[in-house]
Each structure stands twice: as C-alpha cells, then as structure tokens.
Design a protein around this ligand. Structure first.
Ligand code: G3P
Ligand code: CA
Length: 307
C-alpha cells in the first residue's frame, strides 16, 4: 500500500519539487506509524531531524570498527553505531570492513607470507594478535584490536548503545546470516526490547536481507543501495528501510520510499551514508531522510539541529 507522509510532502514542497504518488496503489493521506526504530524528532516546519548513526563507530576520531570507536561515539553522545561483520577461517564472527586485513591492521608485518591477507584465511587467534589502531592518526590508538562480534556486542551493551549491523560481503561467508542471528539471540539481542528499537540488520545483498527477514521476521532490516522507484515495492516485501549513498538520492526518491509500507507494515525509511560535512547533512535533511550515517556524528548533529 502506498502512503503519503506529511513531512515528506512538506519537504518536497520546500524544495520546490513534486511529490510523485506511485501509480496503481491506493493512497492514504492519514498519519501513519512513525519510524520503526529509532524515533526521530521534528524541528520547525515539520522538517525531520534525522537520527545520526556513528559509522564504523565514531570513525573520524578513532580507528574504525574497534571498541575504541564505539566508546568514542558514546562519549560524543551517540546511541547508534554501525559496524561490519565478517567471518574468520575458523568460523568466528569479527568486526571489520575490508575483506582483507591490510588497510586497518599490521598484518603484513606480523604475517608477511600470508598474502593477500584475507579475513577468511586467518583464524580468530591470529587476528587477535594484530594491531588495528596504530595506523590511525598519531598512533594514540596503538594496541586496539579487531573485535569479535561477541566482544563488540558486549561493548555496545555496556555503553547502552544500539547497533546498525551490516553483514559484509555475505557471498564470501555462506550461512553468515543464520550464524549472526544465532549469536545475537544467545546474547539477548533478539528479545522484544532489542528488536523494537535497538537493532537493525543491513546488507548490500538483497538476498542476505531476505534471509535475515525469513529467519527472523521480527528484526528490522535495511537494504543498502538505491533501487529504481519502480522496483521499490519488491524491496518493501522483505525490508523496512532502503539505505542509499547520499549522492544517489533526491527528495522525490526519498518520498517514493516513504510512500511504501515495509515488511513490518510501517512507512519505509531512508538512512543515507556517508555524510561527514554540514552542508551535505542539511541537504539530505531537506530531502526528508530519516537517518544519516556518518564518520563525524558531532558535525552532522550540529548541522541537522541548525547549529
Ligand atoms: O552503513 C552504510 C555503509 O557502511 C555502507 O558502506 O562500505 O562503509 O560498509 P561501507
Ligand atoms: Ca558498513
């Protein structure tokens, strides 16, 4: 069912754009349930203040995907952190973005003969030996390590934070969706409270998102990408959010996403990435996005609150 959100309509009007109501479906101008998770505020003339997500933790200020980046986000006052989950040779889930260890660790020094240094070719014990912080800044984070997902979840829980979990390159790790959900369940992250507003699972792979939705229909999911408007209804069958690169979107496209009810029957949402400067943050805010995923959450928070 297609829906029209007052805020989206107002934003489109503000931008001098036409809100396109997709053909074929019925249209409702009545208020519909708000964001699935988390709730966002409003400001001024119904302009949404997007939720800010610390991408790979507060990764402008601490080495990405480390526990230190999670803590940095907390100290800056951010609930939501984003991460990337992959799997080691011996089957441990770990938090790292690239499918090789070279860029963010000292693997080439520690294991010089193990080219091309793929995550999937190293055991968890080997990865635990690596320094994942020395490369960053002036070395103040030397000694940081690549966390297992289990460690990472403990940190997020201890900080009372929330997680936007990305299943990274799932085609390299058959069964990673089920394994991830099993761990989340074991750690208490799939209870009603967490599923309601503390966890979102996303992927660039539509198949992976579909698997997560099939295995745990209660979990809020997001597809990373910018499907054409005509294809959006197919995504709405298995996901709640469409999370696009900010350069690929327009107010009309955002309104088209908002005009659909997602897998949980609520208006679909848009969390866009990676926005690290104030001008771009204000631009995507004016397009009506629900969330902004950023390495510099403090910069974006200031911008979207008009500071
Ligand atoms: O959360 C969105 C973003 O993480 C997607 O891109 O490459 O940084 O994982 P990437
Ligand atoms: Ca990511």
């Amino acid at each position: 069912m297609y829906v029209v959100r007052p805020a989206a309509a107002a934003t489109a009007a503000f931008l001098g754009l036409t809100l396109t109501v997709l053909g074929g479906g019925s249209v409702s101008a009545a208020p519909i349930p708000g964001p699935t998770a988390p709730a966002a505020g409003t400001r001024g003339a119904d302009v949404l203040v997007p939720v800010v997500y610390a991408h790979r933790g507060a990764s402008a200020y601490a080495p990405e995907n480390t526990l230190e980046a999670v803590d940095r986000a907390m100290w800056l006052g951010f609930d939501w952190v984003e991460n990337d989950v992959q799997r080691t040779k011996d089957g441990e889930l770990v938090v790292i973005h690239d499918d090789t260890l070279s860029r963010t660790t000292d693997v080439e020094q520690v294991f010089p003969d193990r080219r091309p240094w793929r995550v999937a070719d190293f055991t968890a014990a080997e990865i635990a030996r690596l320094d994942a912080g020395a490369w960053f800044g002036d070395g103040e984070y030397a000694g940081a390590h690549v966390p297992t997902l289990r460690e990472y979840m403990a940190q997020v829980r201890g900080n009372r934070q929330k997680l936007l979990l990305e299943i990274k390159k799932p085609e390299l790790y058959p069964g990673i969706e089920e394994q991830t959900l099993r761990l989340l369940e074991e750690l208490g992250w799939l209870d009603e409270r967490h599923v309601a507003d503390r966890l979102v699972v996303q992927s660039f792979s539509a198949d992976s998102v579909k698997i997560v939705h099939r295995l745990r229909p209660d979990v809020v999911t997001a597809f990373l990408g910018t499907p054409p408007v005509a294809d959006l209804p197919r995504y709405a069958e298995f996901t709640d959010r469409i999370n696009p690169w900010h350069t690929t979107i327009s107010a009309d496209w955002v309104a088209a996403v908002h005009g659909l009810r997602g897998a949980h029957g609520k208006a679909m949402e848009v969390d866009t990435w990676i926005v690290d400067d104030a001008a771009t943050a204000r631009k995507v805010q004016a397009m009506g996005v629900d969330g902004i995923i950023t390495n510099a959450p403090d910069v974006v928070r200031g911008a979207v609150n008009g500071l």
